[in-house]
Design a protein around this ligand. Structure first.
Ligand code: G3H
Ligand code: 13P
Ligand code: NA
Ligand code: ZN
Length: 328
């Protein structure tokens, strides 16, 4: 059944678990997630970015979500817009049947310059007012994602702030977070704590200097009833890097967010954990492997099936690690 983000995260808070929010762009990724969710009785958040909507077409996405709820009637599914950049994008997602939208006002509509306080509160409040009229949930974001090691916003994957940012911008201010939630009435709040999108988050295993768990803990102390969201939460597992590189890929050495830090986050109010990169890597590793080992193969199912299985395996791991398993 379709469920809103608010309904799902309220249940997660009451029962002390976290919910991974997996990005999709196509049928293979959607089926891989649902296979994992149904085999473990886990509720899911399936999210699509603006890029995913442009890639797959809203009508295709809508019908696919309908199909998933029909195939898996026992699994609660929240369909969420990832990183909406303005009221119009959020409204068209709602029209397409999304039960939750992110209004990311941490960046201006150009997706490059940080949004100031007045812009962020104003645009987020506007989306909340509209979405709530239709029973749709809203995630907001305060603070800009980017690296505390380099001070750079995460431009790498095509969206994120450009250029160098101060620690003030890269770390959500807890007092401001409190004000932001009260003024906007968002259902969930994404915070900046040193994570960034993509595979290249950290040059070493992160410690408190570059992954600011203390900021998260302070925000949770001030806002114990607010559902917090961790973006850029792929762990970028070494074994997935190895498979890609073993079969002709060229990923540079890198670190992601360790699962134990996410688990610590879940003890401190984190309810939604955004993961895309890990699944991209899981699929790509298998596709590279099949095509390298069987260069004469050209039936897409021959590499997409193992790719889906690798993604299902990753999703199952996260459902177990975040205690989502068994909560459907
Ligand atoms: O926020 C980033 C997600 O990984 C989605 O990425 O905009 O390339 O679809 P995308
Ligand atoms: P990753 O790139 O770490 O998977 O983060 C995804 C994300 O935050 C989507 O909004
Ligand atoms: Na999101
Ligand atoms: Zn994100």
């Amino acid at each position: 059944a379709r469920i809103t983000l608010r309904q799902l995260l309220d249940h997660a808070a009451e029962n002390d678990y976290g919910v991974p929010a997996f990005n999709i762009n196509n049928m293979e990724q959607a089926l891989a997630i649902m296979e994992a969710a149904s085999s473990l009785d886990a509720p899911v958040i399936i999210q699509a970015s603006r890029g995913a909507r442009a890639y797959a077409n809203d009508i295709m996405l809508t019908r696919m979500m309908d199909a998933l709820t029909e195939i898996y009637p026992q699994i609660p599914i929240c369909v969420h817009l990832d990183h909406g950049n303005g009221p119009a994008t959020c409204m068209t997602a709602i029209q397409a049947g999304f039960t939750s939208v992110m209004m990311d006002g941490s960046l201006k509509e150009d997706g490059k310059s940080p949004g100031d306080w007045a812009y962020n509160v104003g645009v987020t409040k506007r989306v909340v007012d509209m979405a709530h009229l239709g029973g749709v949930s809203v995630e907001g974001e305060l603070g800009v994602l980017g690296s505390l090691e380099t001070g750079m916003g995460d431009k790498e994957d095509g969206h994120g702030a450009e250029g160098k940012l101060s620690h003030d911008q890269l770390l959500t201010n807890p007092q401001e977070a409190l004000k932001f939630v009260v003024e906007t009435k968002v259902d969930a709040l994404a915070i900046a704590m040193g994570t960034s999108h993509g595979a290249y988050k950290f040059t070493r295993k992160p410690d408190g200097a570059i992954l600011a768990m203390h900021v998260l803990e302070e925000i949770h102390r001030l806002l114990p009833n607010t559902h917090l969201v961790m973006h850029g939460s792929s762990s970028v597992p070494q074994d997935l890097q190895d498979i890609i590189n073993q079969y002709g890929g060229q990923m540079k050495p890198t670190w992601g967010v360790p699962v134990e830090e996410i688990q610590r986050g879940i003890k401190n109010g984190v309810r939604k954990i955004n993961i895309d990169t890990d699944n991209r890597m899981a699929m790509t590793g298998q596709i590279r492997k099949v095509l390298t080992e069987h260069p004469s193969e050209f039936d897409p199912r021959k590499y997409l099936k193992p790719a889906m299985e690798a993604m299902t395996k990753l999703c199952k791991q996260r459902f177990q690690e975040f205690n989502t398993a068994g909560q459907a």
